[in-house]
Unconditional design. Sequence first.
Length: 309
Amino acid sequence: MSQQPPVRSTGSPPPRPDASMSLLNNVMDHALDDGYAEATARRAAEGGGLPRSLRAKLGVAAGLLLAAAVVTVGAAEARISAPVVAKERQELIDRIEAETATADRLEEDVERIRAEVGNRQRQALQQQGGDQAELVALLSGATPVHGPGVKLVIDDAKGTDTGGGGPRESTGFSDTGRVRDRDMQRVINGLWESGAEAVAINGQRLTSLSAIRAAGDAILVDNRPLVPPYTVLAIGDGQRLSTAFQDSADGQYLHALVENFGIRSSISAEGDVSLPAAPSLTVRTAEPRGAGTATPSGRATADTGKGTS
């Protein structure tokens, strides 16, 4: 019986040296993704085309050409319409200048007529005043006057603006440090009560019919605006008038404004002050209501037509 020779086992083949780097091998063997490779092959089969960069440049060039065309058309239209617009503008300027000149002439006429009316009223007042014509003219503000008196200067507090708020807001004042129309009313009434014979504010003569009002933050005297500082001139015995006013209730009111709200004020006796005549007069006469007409107090009355400031 024959014996087979023994078979020697050769074992498994030796491993590859790069067996542990399969991922790196896969990346190296397939450097281009399959989708990209397919797209490249299809583009090559179709004969290629314009590079992307060239297409972008052509698109930009087309956009620039379109913008240039729009600008050119707009410039051409503007050049065509420019003479028409310039003509209309010049016509508008000419109309404005003509209307302004007309308004200036009308204002001059108004001032001339107002001055003429004032002069005739003063003449009538002097002629009808009788023996007391000078006194009537003085008290009515018909003539300019000068003589001893006082000079009172009132100004807003330092750093005052037009904002609201503060302790005076609740009483109708829009700012704590501004001089208001009711302040001036009290000051002027206080001067009259202290013995002033004639009063003017910033060159504006006051009469028995003068009105001191407010328009926003401005103070109006007979509808003429005033700006601070407010210079009040009063004719009278200077020292006595100054003392009487400062001791009066209205003088104490002004002192309280200075102490509490920073309003600035100064008063001085003057040897000679000059006041102009009132710009316009309203001539009125007082007539008795009738013989025997009396008030409940038993005193006869007459309507003088006087107003109060």
